[in-house]
Design a protein around this ligand. Structure first.
Ligand code: SAH
Ligand code: SF4
Length: 344
């Protein structure tokens, strides 16, 4: 049976083609055509021997995950829904920022078993861990749909799913996104966000990408309430892993902190959050909760959000409020959920 081309890193493709009795160098030729020249049709890959081209479809498939729809928000955010077959679909969100920044937020799973209480994706049990090809495919499809003058400058693994619950595919996709034979993106422009699967965090360190951690609670009691994973790997262990990342990479950790009304938004919690993170070189990203039906949580008032942020700033933290983007098309953080393909 033929395999999905986009799931292979270059070394893996070399190995695979050799196992099929083909020459190893065909792999880098294919990478050059597909990623370098954006040619997906083997018939157009003119420097490949005809005999190799003729057999190619037995070994490899070059189709990208089809885009079911693209929605554009009035703030310029774009949401893409991809068909993964088997009645499953997944979303990516493209978010414009200041200074020409254009960030693609990709998904790593359909649904998520970590069941964080406030997260829409987490309401659905894990349906599928994406293949590396389905992750690379999200980037590639968006790239093909963009006007030539627009460049995706950053990639964040902050869409549906927990990247460290699907590490092989995530890090293989990063290999292709960053390889000079692939898309040649900088590893420093890729951020992997995790809810805190502590033993896997060194994989992010090793990959040379940026680490973001969803903290969402300033002590074990609150964090365990909103993120069940905290019972398995409590805050102390998580902080130790973050410290190691910062020590080894000399990069800052990004702590994401969702503000939930009456749960994570008190002044005491702002101070506790500061003291918890102050020893680690870090930035704190506060994310006002994006409401969704039946979550039982609410977004704090603007006043509370400002006071929380200002308290952190007063204490000396580097803190940014994440702007809510794409809310009108349901593309904001934690609003992604599409276990079933939309039929309407
Ligand atoms: N599984 C990974 C990455 C995907 S979630 C992780 O948990 O880090 C990406 C971010 O969205 C996380 O920081 C999460 O805390 C946040 N988030 C989830 N639901 C949200 C919501 N309803 N409103 C605001 N942020 C949310
Ligand atoms: Fe999964 Fe992240 Fe949502 Fe938690 S916040 S349920 S880890 S996608």
């Amino acid at each position: 049976m033929s395999q999905d081309f986009y799931s292979f890193t270059l070394p893996k493709l070399e190995e695979y083609l050799e196992s099929k009795g083909e020459k190893k160098f065909r792999a880098s030729q294919l990478f050059k055509w597909v990623y370098g020249h954006r040619t997906l049709d083997p018939e157009k890959m003119t420097n490949l021997a005809k005999s190799f081209r003729d057999n190619l479809s037995e070994h490899l498939r070059f189709g990208l995950p089809p885009v079911i729809f693209e929605k554009i928000s009035n703030d310029g955010t774009r949401k893409y829904l991809f068909d993964l077959g088997d009645n499953l679909s997944v979303e990516s969100v493209l978010i414009p920022g200041s200074g020409g920044r254009l960030t693609l937020c990709v998904s790593s799973e359909v649904g998520c078993n970590l069941a964080c209480k406030f997260c829409y994706t987490g309401k659905q049990k894990l349906k599928k861990r994406l293949t590396a090809g389905e992750i690379v495919g999200q980037y590639y499809q968006v790239l093909l749909k963009l006007p030539e003058d627009l460049k995706i400058t950053n990639i964040v693994f902050m869409g549906m799913g927990e990247p460290l619950d699907n590490p092989q595919a995530v890090f293989d996709s990063i290999e292709t996104l960053t390889s000079t034979h692939g898309f040649g993106l900088s590893r420093k422009k890729i951020t992997v966000s995790t809810s805190g699967i502590v033993p896997m965090i060194p994989l992010i360190t090793k990959s040379g990408t940026r680490l973001a951690v969803s903290l969402n609670g300033s002590n074990n009691e609150v964090r365990s309430e909103v993120m069940p994973i905290n019972k398995r790997w409590p805050i102390e262990q998580l902080m130790e892993a973050c410290q190691s990342y910062a020590d080894e990479t000399r990069e800052k950790v990004t702590f994401e902190y969702v503000l939930l009304k009456g749960v994570t938004d008190s002044m005491d919690q702002a101070r506790e959050l500061y003291h918890l993170t102050k020893k680690i070189p870090c930035k704190i990203n506060i994310i006002p909760f994006n409401e969704h039906p039946e979550s039982g949580y609410f977004r704090p008032s603007e006043g509370t959000i400002h006071r929380f942020q200002n308290e952190l700033i007063r204490l000396g933290a580097q803190v940014l409020r994440r702007k809510t983007m794409g809310r009108d098309i349901y593309a904001a953080c934690g609003q992604l959920t599409t276990a079933q393909k939309k039929t309407s």
